[in-house]
Design a protein around this ligand. Structure first.
Ligand code: NAD
Length: 332
């Protein structure tokens, strides 16, 4: 089979991971990196023996490329993605899709017009624990979902200046909750705070009522001195707990038998720890992207999904700013 020629634009914290994964794939030839940082480019040239460019437009002009990862700061996503799509190159665009809904719309439209694949890097969809959880929910093991608590807290990353914690990392959980419930918000309310970040909010406490009845609580911040990424999904038959970092999935069973007229409607049952085949989520994500291109299939996380996560994040911010509950459907 023909190998795909891959390039990366933006070789920072995330771009370096994309370079590492591409360089180790059978179906892919890593050919180039574009980053404005020349010192970084020199190191990458040596390490991977690929060409580097300080101007991504030059790279797009001179290299024959089939697939590109764009991992520049979020404010530049639209500009860089537009150039890539105009060259009819399949695009893996890091999350969040863009910094505004208008930009997201324009990226989605351009990908469609140029008939290329667009995958938004909502990496947690490719976390093996989330994939197993989705399988179990679809099988009916949880019954109706009542509530999802998403906890994504850690110290502040000094390099992120362009967006706050909601758009930078809150979008991960927003996307996962949409994926698990297959439903959209009805109502949104949030409180935010800016405690240590110089420009943006670094704390989000958000509540979203989804149209299937699920109530979601988002506890997201850059203020906690340890890194926690955990999801609690409570439903009719018990509660799942996902540890994204450990790729761990637990189930706490509700042992109550619905046929019995017992006063204890929820009772503690057995606890199951699922066996998860651990694999790097980014590796899964890029494998999926490459296979979508090779087999002409639609990516699991579409531009529309990226836009939906961004839209919900912006409504959370709007709610916090105006101190009001947002009726999501009316706001669309
Ligand atoms: N999926 C995830 O879990 C995840 C994790 C981290 C970051 N991200 C996303 O990846 C993107 C990059 O984040 P990061 O943490 O790697 O940031 P970063 O600051 O570490 O890296 C950004 C890189 O882009 C380069 N750059 C800036 N302007 C450029 C331009 N015009 N042309 C080419 N290169 C340019 C910078 O020199 C830098 O090397 C963001 O959108 C972020 O949201 C995703």
């Amino acid at each position: 089979m023909r190998k795909l020629r891959a390039a990366v634009i933006g070789g920072g914290v995330m771009g370096l991971n994309h370079l590492r994964v591409y360089s180790d794939m059978e179906d892919v030839d890593l050919v180039a990196l574009a980053d404005v940082n020349e010192t970084l480019n020199k190191k990458i040239e040596k390490k991977y023996r690929i060409k580097t460019y300080t101007d991504y437009k030059e790279m797009l002009k001179h290299e024959q490329i089939d697939i590109v990862t764009v991992a520049v700061p979020t404010v530049l996503h639209h500009e860089v993605a537009t150039a890539v799509l105009k060259h009819k190159i399949h695009l893996l665009l890091e999350k969040p899709i863009a910094s505004s809904i208008e930009e997201a719309d324009s990226i989605i439209k351009l990908a469609r017009q140029n008939d290329v694949k667009l995958l938004i890097g909502h990496i947690e969809r490719f976390n093996p624990a989330i994939q197993e959880l989705k399988r179990l929910i679809l099988r009916g093991d949880l019954g109706r979902i009542y509530k999802i608590d998403a906890n994504r807290v850690s110290p502040i990353p000094v390099r992120i200046h362009d967006v706050g914690v909601t758009i930078d990392i809150g979008v991960h959980d927003i996307d996962v909750v949409r994926f698990l419930t297959e439903s959209e918000p009805e109502r949104i309310y949030a409180e935010t705070a800016q405690r240590v970040h110089s420009k943006k909010e670094d704390l989000l406490a958000g509540i979203i009522k989804f149209s299937d009845g699920t109530i979601c609580y988002l506890n997201v911040n850059w203020l906690t001195p340890t890194k926690i990424r955990k999801l609690y999904i409570t439903g009719e038959k018990g509660m799942y707990v996902v540890d994204y970092i450990e790729q761990e999935l637990l189930f706490f069973e509700n042992a109550h038998d619905a046929q019995q007229t017992d006063i204890h409607l929820i009772t503690e049952g057995k606890m199951i720890k699922y066996k998860i085949e651990k694999k790097e989520p980014l590796r899964n994500e890029i494998d999926h992207f490459v296979q979508c291109v090779l087999k002409d299939e639609e990516p699991l996380v579409s531009g529309e999904d990226g836009k939906a996560a961004l839209r919900i994040a912006t409504k959370l911010l709007l709610s916090a700013e105006n101190n009001q509950v947002i009726n999501y459907e009316e706001e669309q």
